[in-house]
Design a protein. Sequence first.
Length: 156
Amino acid sequence: MKNIIKRTTLFVRDMEVSKTWYEDVLGFSVWMDDIVTLSGTGMPAGGAGDKVRLIIMQAEDPAIGMIGLLEWVDPKLPAPKEIPKTVTYGNPTFVASSDNVQEVSKKAQEFGSNIHSGPTEWSIRGQNGKMKKFLGLFLFDPDGYFYEINQLVSEE
């Protein structure tokens, strides 16, 4: 059996803010943008007949690495008042590669993103036993989803 994860879909508070962040900070493009009526059977949120706006943002690869942005349109789904600033159980960490972490950092700062740390150098032993050195940026998107953005500097 072959399975791949093609997309992760995130609940967002404000579609335009989130869409702009993924375009401007991460360089994604809109692959799909539609209003969807929920059946009530596929997702354990909302109810049958709810209308949501789904935008699928595409990264570099045409089949994987997509991020879905989902906003309740009718009825509006109340969002938590606090935007997460830490990571714990039930919160994903998205790990992405970049060829220019400094540029991502600059764009994230311009956007006003919550940057946890970086750009900073760090290293880890890879599965092949070689040390990999990275320049990393650790930040949150507008809804509090956590991203680790890495640029491979060297492998020894």
